[in-house]
Design a protein around this ligand. Structure first.
Ligand code: SF4
Ligand code: MG
Length: 326
């Protein structure tokens, strides 16, 4: 079947003084109906920018510099802002990292839900209120009849994130983009929110792009995963393969950072060095300054994504690539 979302060779540009920077540089993936795709990588890998580009929320002067975003067979990367606004929320929902950016602190949550519902659906106020109650119930808010008239600050962090999820579901979108939905939460609360996202995807047949730096979340929640590094896909595949037998050295480093189940310490990526800055992107494979497997070719030639992995260790003929690039 045709995937619900196809991202083809997506590039995001930021024009600079002497240079055009590319926080996302030729990223391709698809998301099937009902599938949870993880985008994982350290801060600065291009995960959020990819999500923002898909839903037309790039921070200016950032702009789509190339590629295509196709939703259910239709290109959406060239929609006029007004059409994009209509599509956003209605067909693609967004769950942001910080609930306080999605919720108006001065508005009762019920009002915010009703306003969003009536923006997208032809429902009366009463019908919208009934739908809002149903959504609060669906996301696990106890006693919705009482809680619907509360203000955001009257909810705990975890419950507030559930309200944000309900807000994203107001128009029953086919796809939800969840950007670090659990990062601001305690470990146990975060696990419940991950469970909720899985259940909603399953029960609604809803696709999810789950953006996170947390390999534990990836392992628990996703069907497939794309590992991003410096704006490109380092490895992509079924979560079982990428988590249990990662091939890319960066993916191997990320996976080794998954803690034991009972380990409640902060999950930290333990790969020496840091993500390169956009203004100082290494030549060749951007990971080569940090890679313990780096070979001479790695500083010269960018490895293509072949069979789900972009690394010269798996290239059939690295020497031919050098010759081709010369
Ligand atoms: Fe390491 Fe080279 Fe593979 Fe890049 S291409 S990950 S530097 S071995
Ligand atoms: Mg981010």
């Amino acid at each position: 079947a045709r995937p619900l979302l196809e991202v083809r060779d997506l590039t995001v540009e930021i024009p600079g003084d002497a240079h055009v920077y590319k926080p996302v540089d030729g990223v391709s993936f698809s998301v099937a109906a009902g599938e949870i795709l993880g985008l994982v990588g350290e801060s600065g890998a291009g995960k959020s920018v990819t999500g923002s580009a898909i839903i037309g929320l790039l921070q200016p002067p950032g702009r789509i510099g190339g590629g295509e975003v196709i939703l259910a067979g239709e290109r959406i990367d060239q929609l006029a802002p007004r059409q994009m606004r209509r599509l956003r929320g209605k067909r693609i929902g967004l769950i942001a990292q910080d609930p306080l950016t999605s919720l108006d602190p001065l508005m009762r949550v019920g009002e915010q839900l009703i306003e969003t519902i009536t923006t997208h659906l032809p429902l009366s106020r009463n019908e919208a209120r009934r739908k809002a109650l149903g959504l609060l119930e669906e996301v696990g808010i106890p006693d919705p009849e009482r809680r619907i008239d509360a203000y955001p600050h009257e909810f705990s962090g975890g419950m507030r994130q559930r309200v944000v999820i309900a807000l994203a579901l107001c128009a029953d979108p086919e796809l939800v983009i969840a950007d670090e939905p659990t990062t601001a939460l305690d470990v146990s609360v975060a696990a419940q929110v991950v469970e909720l996202i899985k259940r909603l995807s399953r029960e609604r047949g809803m696709s999810v792009i789950l953006i996170t730096h947390d390999m534990g979340v990836i392992a628990e929640a996703t069907d497939r995963v794309a590992v991003l590094y410096a704006g490109r896909i380092a490895e992509i595949g079924p979560v079982r393969d990428v988590v249990l037998t990662p091939r890319h050295p960066y993916a191997q480093g990320l996976m080794s950072a998954i803690p034991d189940v009972e380990d409640t310490r902060e999950r930290l990526v333990q790969i020496p060095g840091t993500m390169p800055r956009l203004a100082a992107m290494p030549t060749g494979c951007a990971f080569h300054p940090r890679c313990t497997h780096a070979m001479p070719i790695c500083a010269q030639v960018q490895p293509p994504l072949v069979d789900g992995v972009a690394c010269h260790l798996y290239s059939p003929a690295p020497q031919a690539a050098i010759a081709g690039a010369a």
